[in-house]
Write a protein that binds this ligand. Structure first.
Ligand code: NAD
Length: 269
C-alpha cells in the first residue's frame, strides 16, 4: 500500500476509510491510469466495488485492487459513444446489481499540446468536446436511471482549475471543463429531488505518469505552476482522492452543485 496515499488522503486512520463505501458500486471512467486509477484504488480501499472503464486496458489497476482484497472489474468504454456507455452500464448492473457512484474522469488532457486558439482546428475542438463535455453528459444520462432505482446516488465530474484561471493555449480544453462545471450545477438542481448529488472537482496540475513524460510540464513550466500555489509543491494523483471520497460519502450528504478546487491554493474562491 502506498504510504503517501494515506498521508495525503485527508482522512485520519485506515479504519474510517475502510468501510465507508461498503456495499456501494462505483464506476470510474478513464480509470486505467493517472488520476482515474488513483480514484479506483481509493474507492476500493473505502469498500466500494469498482468498475474501471477506459478505452485502454485497466486490467493492471483491477489486478492491484483485487490482489489487495478489493472488488473491481475493468470495462472497455469510449465515452464519446453512447452505445459503448450503455453496454458498460449494463455490464455493471449485471455484475454488481446497480450503481451508486459515477466518477466522470475520462478526458483528453495530457495528449494536448498548447497552441494559440487561432491554430486549433474545428476537428480538434470537436474531438475534445466530444470526450470531455458530451462524454460527461452521456455518462450521466446512462447512470441516472440506475441511481434512481437505488433511491440515491453521487456523481463527481472532474473539471479543471484551468477553466477558472483562463490558462492560454488550451481554448478547447478549458471551454470543455468550464462546461463541465456548468453542467454539474444544472444536473445538481435537476437531480436533487432524486437524492442524486452532483459535484465537481477542479484539480490544478497533477503530475501523472503521462504528464511526467510530457515536455511541456518539465523544468520552468512545472516551477511556474507550483510557484503560484500557497502550498508550493508538486501534486500527485493521490492528492485528489480525499476530496473525491468526501464527495461520494455520506459525510457530504448535504453538498451538491459544488466545484471543489484542489490545486494547493493557487485559485481561491
Ligand atoms: N493531470 C492533471 O494535471 C489534471 C488537472 C486537471 C484536470 N485533470 C482532469 O482529470 C482527468 C484525468 O486526467 P489524467 O491527467 O489522469 O489523464 P490521463 O491522460 O493520465 O488519463 C486519462 C484516461 O482517460 C482515458 N480516456 C481518454 N479518452 C477516453 C474516452 N473517449 N473514453 C474513455 N476513456 C478515455 C485515457 O485512456 C486515460 O486512461 C481528466 O478529465 C483531466 O482533464 C487532470
Amino acid at each position: 500500500m502506498d504510504t503517501r496515499f494515506r498521508f495525503n488522503n485527508g482522512f485520519h486512520g485506515e479504519r474510517l476509510m475502510t468501510d465507508m463505501l461498503t456495499g456501494k458500486v462505483a464506476l470510474v471512467t478513464g480509470g486505467a491510469q493517472g488520476i482515474g486509477a488513483a480514484f479506483g484504488r481509493a474507492l476500493a480501499q473505502a469498500g466500494a466495488a469498482v468498475v474501471l472503464a477506459d478505452i485502454t486496458d485497466a486490467g493492471a489497476v483491477v489486478e492491484d485492487i483485487t490482489s489487495a482484497g478489493g472488488q473491481a472489474m475493468s470495462a472497455v468504454l469510449d465515452v464519446g459513444r453512447p452505445e459503448s456507455i450503455a453496454a458498460v452500464t449494463e455490464q455493471v448492473a449485471d455484475r454488481f446489481g446497480g450503481l451508486d457512484i459515477l466518477v466522470n474522469n475520462a478526458g483528453i488532457a495530457s495528449a494536448l499540446t498548447a497552441k494559440p486558439f487561432l491554430e486549433i482546428t474545428e476537428a480538434e475542438w470537436d474531438q475534445v468536446m466530444r470526450v470531455n463535455l458530451r462524454g460527461v453528459f452521456c455518462c450521466m444520462k446512462a447512470a441516472v436511471p440506475l441511481m434512481r432505482a437505488r433511491g440515491e446516488g453521487a456523481i463527481v465530474n472532474i473539471a479543471s482549475a484551468t477553466a477558472l484561471k483562463g490558462v492560454p493555449g488550451y481554448m478547447h480544453y478549458i471551454a470543455s471543463k468550464g462546461g463541465v462545471i456548468a453542467m454539474t450545477r444544472g444536473a445538481a438542481r435537476e437531480l436533487g429531488p432524486d437524492r442524486i448529488r452532483v459535484n465537481a472537482i477542479a484539480p490544478g496540475l497533477i503530475m501523472t505518469e503521462n504528464l511526467r513524460n510530457h515536455a511541456s510540464y518539465r523544468g520552468e513550466a512545472l516551477e511556474a505552476a507550483t510557484a503560484g500555489r500557497a502550498l508550493r509543491r508538486e501534486a500527485v494523483p493521490e492528492d485528489v482522492v480525499g476530496t473525491l471520497l468526501y464527495l461520494v460519502s455520506p459525510q457530504s450528504a448535504f453538498v451538491t452543485g459544488q466545484t471543489v478546487i484542489v490545486d494547493g491554493g493557487f485559485v481561491m474562491n
